[in-house]
Design a protein around this ligand. Structure first.
Ligand code: CP
Ligand code: NVA
Length: 299
């Protein structure tokens, strides 16, 4: 059966850990300039219905470095933008390439795509999840601090796609997740219901950060929410990650952000450009963790 990667739950805990281990091996090979071209001739089609810097470049570079190739497709210059059904696109691409990455709005579109695809489908971000980012985040934590099991992770701000993927990760990897969001921006109830006692949701950023080993935030206005900008700027203000807030976390706590970041909004420049921030390592790990994912799905 074709394996897809639509959410982190598409993997077992063991598979996820194997991918993270492999990601670090691939990173060493990359750094020591002894990369193996494990996927010669394999082709990844990448459909982007939203903007991207990291996801696009990391997947494209990953395929090139693995000896394969990536094709960038946007609705603006494919028949998708002129109404060709996503199901038909899925059937056609299944005959031509080896895997597909899709970045879209409604998560349901990814599910429809996958249901009609004979080749692996990767979620490159939907309104509901961003599992590829979690591969990089978890690789980064394991590399810098060891196993995340039993650690406390604090999520601040919007209960959005990234937050949902953190909820999935907390279940699979067994860390405590303290979410602090304005009540009207709590994460999705159905996704919350999948979590056990390791998830705590509230609206007090100080309580959420207290003793945390990892502090994470994301932009307050995600792609597609631009019209809500003014309101969001007001509501999220108390959730800004500041140096004062970071003082409440564990002494060796690290700060992550999937990027792009907005200094002065969800995080101060002092924090994101400061010593506890690992955002550049995290962004770089998109390349290595997705290579490991591609190897897993293409094998
Ligand atoms: N973090 C992330 O997915 O970045 P891009 O939107 O630039 O791909
Ligand atoms: N929550 C953000 C993540 C961007 C990488 C968005 O969906 O726009």
């Amino acid at each position: 059966m074709t394996r897809h990667f639509l959410t982190l739950n598409s993997l077992t805990g063991e598979e996820l850990k194997n991918i993270l281990t492999r990601a670090s091996e691939l990173k060493t090979e990359f750094q020591e300039k002894r990369m193996q071209q494990s996927q010669p001739g394999r082709v990844l089609a990448m459909i982007f219905e939203k903007s991207s810097t990291r996801t696009r470049v990391s997947f494209e570079a990953a395929m090139a470095q693995l000896g394969g190739h990536a094709i960038f497709l946007s609705p603006d210059d494919t028949q998708l933008g002129r109404g060709e059904p996503i199901e038909d696109t899925a059937r056609v691409l299944s005959k031509m390439v080896d895997a597909v990455m899709l970045r879209t709005f409604h998560h349901e579109k990814l599910e429809r795509y996958a249901a009609n695809s004979d080749i692996p489908v990767i979620n490159g971000l939907s309104d509901t999840y961003h599992p590829c980012q979690l591969l990089a985040d978890m690789q980064t934590y394991f590399e810098l601090r060891g196993d995340i099991k039993g650690k406390k992770v604090s999520w601040l701000g919007d209960g959005n796609n990234m937050c949902h993927s953190y909820i999935n990760a907390s279940n699979i990897l067994g860390f405590q997740l303290a979410v602090a969001c304005p009540p009207e921006f709590y994460p999705d109830e159905e996704i919350v219901a999948t979590a056990g006692t390791n998830l705590d949701i509230g609206s007090d950023p100080r309580a959420a950060v207290s003793g945390a080993d990892l502090v994470v935030t994301d932009m307050w206005v995600s792609m597609g929410q631009e019209e809500e900008r003014e309101k969001r700027m007001q509501v999220f203000k108390p959730y800004q990650v500041t140096s004062d807030l970071m003082k409440l976390a564990a002494d060796d706590a690290i700060f992550m952000h999937c990027l792009p970041a907005h200094r002065g909004e969800e995080v101060t420049a002092e924090v994101i450009d400061g010593e506890q921030s690992v955002v550049w390592v995290q962004a770089g790990n998109r390349l290595h963790s997705q290579k490991a994912l591609l190897e897993f799905l293409l094998k």
